[in-house]
Design a protein around this ligand. Structure first.
Ligand code: RB5
Length: 145
């Protein structure tokens, strides 16, 4: 699996932590880091756009995007057709974001997500399977004009 990962300055520390976690536990995942990689102030819409582009160009299967709260970066990501970005706060929302919404981008908050919990949220989202069925027809409606 190819996973694009990106953040603004508010999410850069959590991004490093998640990358380390995935490198240690998921050798089957190829990580594509699109930055930012310092705590210098940047604009989250730019990194959302960059991350989304990698998915929409078919160079990644899914992504993780992080800003201070997960809110701004998810708002931007969700402006693109085919993208389902979910901000999750606990194991239940991480699970549902995949099982029911088939989220292809997981969003977290560098200032709001407990760093200890973050790896559990990422693992839950990665390992949960989309249930399909009635949920497929619902997510199809997300992309209707
Ligand atoms: C940047 O200070 C902050 O506003 C951003 O990381 C994010 O939380 C926006 O939603």
């Amino acid at each position: 699996m190819r996973l694009v990962i990106g953040s603004d300055h508010g999410g850069v520390a959590l991004k490093s932590r998640i990358m380390h976690f995935l490198e240690q536990t998921r050798p089957d995942i190829t990580l594509i880091n699109i930055g930012t990689d310092t705590d210098a102030s940047v604009d989250y819409p730019d990194f959302a756009r960059k991350g989304v582009s990698v998915i929409l160009e078919g160079k990644a299967d899914a992504g993780i995007l992080i800003c201070g709260t997960g809110l701004g970066i998810s708002m931007m990501a969700n402006r693109f057709k085919g993208i389902r970005a979910a901000v999750v706060h606990d194991v239940f929302t991480a699970e549902m974001s995949k099982a029911h919404n088939n989220a292809n981008i997981l969003c977290l908050g560098g200032r709001t997500t407990d760093p200890e919990l973050a790896s559990t949220l990422v693992r839950t989202w990665l390992e949960t399977k989309f249930e399909g069925g009635r949920h497929q027809s619902r997510i199809d409606k997300l992309d209707q004009d």
